[in-house]
Ligand binder design. Structure first.
Ligand SMILES: [Zn+2]
Length: 284
């Protein structure tokens, strides 16, 4: 009987001892947790590295820009697919969305500059004072440096977009939808800049040409018109008909204005409406 009580008491002692150990472990954990948390808070408040990083971050402004673009052109025939020029297509897309592409170029330029500035400023951060500060806040220096590093990595700004990929695609699907073919041309940021400049040049050339055409057309006065009619004996210079033959007479530019022809007597002639219609803008 006594032996049984002793075994029972031994078991209770073991049980109590176990509970005490668990409670002590929990208390130790809690203390460690609070000590470490207070270390983190102290480092965050006292670190001159982190406060310098915060200032640099607030001064750095990265622009938001998409990094991937896809433009697809569905060709209506195999022949169109074969001759379709993706570089020309890209130029047309830029020409039609000039403002958006300029925005992308400016954003990337700005991000490149800001990124370089950010790196330069980061390299100037003074890490040497952390030992002195760690002593003043009573945290072992190795802990202080580790905690500072954790925060530093967390606070570093994400790299901005400085490179893009633009895909221009031509596609062709056979009428029965059995075969789908496509081909891609990929353009990076430097290609975009080159194509953008080319698109601007084409646009300017077109504007100059349209101003020239307008000017040449304005030179066609009624007196010049009469002068040419009289010179050509009021007859079509191709078929010889006159108003008496029931045709209308026009003054025609031999080299069309749209192809660089001028409004001067040696580039002008009388044509009837039938011959003029047949000529259109073709150069003879
Ligand atoms: Zn004629």
């Amino acid at each position: 009987m006594q032996c049984g009580i002793r075994i029972f008491m031994n078991n209770i002692e073991k049980y109590v001892l176990g509970v005490v150990l668990i409670v002590l472990t929990l208390i130790a954990f809690a203390v460690c947790f609070f000590v470490i948390r207070s270390f983190f808070e102290k480092v965050k408040k006292s670190s001159c590295v982190l406060s310098a990083l915060e200032t640099i971050n607030s001064k750095t402004k990265y622009k938001k820009v998409e990094s991937n673009y896809l433009y697809s052109y569905p060709c209506v025939s195999r022949a169109e697919f074969n001759r379709f020029d993706l570089d020309k297509y890209f130029l047309e897309i830029i020409g039609g969305n000039e403002k958006e592409f300029l925005k992308i170029i400016k954003a990337i330029e700005s991000n490149k500059k800001e990124k370089a500035k950010y790196k330069r400023l980061l390299s100037k951060i003074d890490f040497s004072k952390s030992e002195e500060i760690s002593r003043s806040v009573k945290i072992p220096h190795c802990f202080y440096r580790q905690i500072e590093k954790i925060y530093y990595r967390k606070m570093l700004l994400k790299e901005p977009i400085t490179e893009i990929e633009i895909i221009c695609r031509k596609e062709y699907t056979t009428p029965a939808r059995r075969v789908h073919t496509w081909a891609d041309a990929t353009y990076a940021y430097k290609d975009l800049v080159r194509f953008y400049e080319e698109a601007l040049r084409i646009k300017e050339e077109r504007e100059v040409r349209s101003r020239q055409i307008e000017y040449e057309r304005s030179l066609m006065t009624s007196s010049l018109r009469y002068e040419i009619l009289r010179r050509d004996n009021f007859r079509c210079q191709i078929c010889g008909s006159s108003v008496q033959d029931g045709v209308k007479l026009h003054i025609d530019h031999i080299i069309p204005v749209s192809k660089g022809g001028h409004t001067v007597p040696n580039n002008l002639r009388v044509l009837c409406d039938r011959c003029n219609f047949g000529k259109s803008d073709k150069l003879e």
